[in-house]
Design a protein around this ligand. Structure first.
Ligand SMILES: Cc1cc2nc3c(=O)[nH]c(=O)nc-3n(C[C@H](O)[C@H](O)[C@H](O)COP(=O)(O)O)c2cc1C
Length: 305
């Protein structure tokens, strides 16, 4: 009974509960992803993968601050050719596998997405929002014209759902979400990290080797909730809420704002993989206490009050 209450259909994917591993938090191997399945995640998003292998930036790449993490890892990954094997293995985990995809052109996004789906991905999530790598990520997702081209080219070659992961580092996130919807996206994920930096007062220099990175964790939750709320008002696409979810109450806030499911990243690094079970059972208890029969009944509820 409790389990049925938590079931969600996300752009055609069936999730046993609405919690999803956010991209990039764990390694790329099927082995590390399996700890998240045991921890109770309803689905996983892999680290973003590109056409060719990439080393990422030199250390330091991740800094813990009082209000979250700031990272500029630089999209390290083995390239889709090598990663295809991990996707096949991840398929045996028994929950939907969404492959994070990036590219330096619309053609590259399409080539990587096609290879991911051919290797067994249940869906792809286009990273058009990474704030710290030039000529990809948010440089694409901040420009609706280029974003439309990327989404159209991907949609033309894959028959699985296409999620578009949005950047909060824009003037109007609704406009970008609308562009993704018009280009045929099946869902949007909001949000990626917020552009940020940290300076060491003793050395007087920026701490990250890339200088600028992206802030995740508790501090960005109100920004992410606002983004989901705004998108829900304007765009008729399922929304996956992401940013600063540490416990079940945070997750419920995103559902009330209009998210159909939630992604958890930094909290997995801080609290461990069982955070999915804890969040899902907290949502379940909340629904029961309030007399709701399903997650669906509270999606966007804050807009009606
Ligand atoms: C170390 C680290 C690596 C990340 N790598 C990726 C990535 O490869 N692709 C991506 O789309 N997002 C990446 N993200 C962003 C997260 O998926 C997520 O959008 C963000 O951290 C906000 O959620 P959180 O506050 O729950 O962590 C990364 C975040 C962190 C902290």
């Amino acid at each position: 009974m409790g389990i049925d209450r938590l079931c969600v259909n996300l752009a055609g994917l069936r999730l046993a509960n609405p919690t999803v591993l956010a991209s990039g938090i764990l390694g790329l191997s099927a082995e590390s992803l399996s700890t998240v399945v045991t921890g109770g995640a309803g689905a996983i998003v892999t680290k973003s993968v590109g056409l060719r292998p990439r080393r990422g930036y030199a250390n330091p790449t991740i800094v813990q601050t009082g209000c979250g993490l700031i990272n500029a890892v630089g999209l390290p990954n083995p390239g889709i050719g090598e990663f295809a094997r991990e996707i096949c293995e991840a398929k045996s985990l028994g929950i939907p596998v969404i492959v994070g995809v990036y590219g330096f052109s619309a053609e590259e996004y399409a080539a990587v997405a096609k290879k991911a789906v051919d290797s067994g991905a249940d869906a792809v999530e286009l990273n058009v929002s990474c704030p710290h790598v030039k000529e990809t990520g948010s440089e694409i997702g901040q420009n609706p014209r280029i974003l439309v081209e990327v989404v159209r080219k991907v949609k033309a070659v894959v028959e699985k759902p296409v999620f578009v992961k949005l950047s909060p580092n824009v003037t109007d996130i609704k406009e970008i979400a609308e562009a993704a919807a018009n280009a045929g996206a099946d869902a949007v994920t909001a949000i990626n990290t917020v552009k940020a930096m940290i300076i060491d007062t003793e050395t007087t220099t920026p701490v990250l080797s890339n200088k600028v990175g992206g802030l995740s964790g508790r501090a960005i939750k109100p920004i992410a909730v606002r983004c989901v709320y705004e998108i829900y008002e304007e765009v008729k696409l399922p929304i996956v809420g992401c940013g600063g979810i540490m416990d079940w109450r945070d997750a419920v806030e995103f559902l009330l704002a209009g998210a159909s499911a939630v992604q958890i990243g930094t909290a997995v690094a801080i609290k461990g993989p069982n955070v999915f079970k804890t969040v899902a059972s907290g949502i379940n208890r909340y629904l029961k206490r309030k007399g709701f029969r399903s997650v669906n009944e509270i999606v966007g509820l804050s807009h009606h009050s």
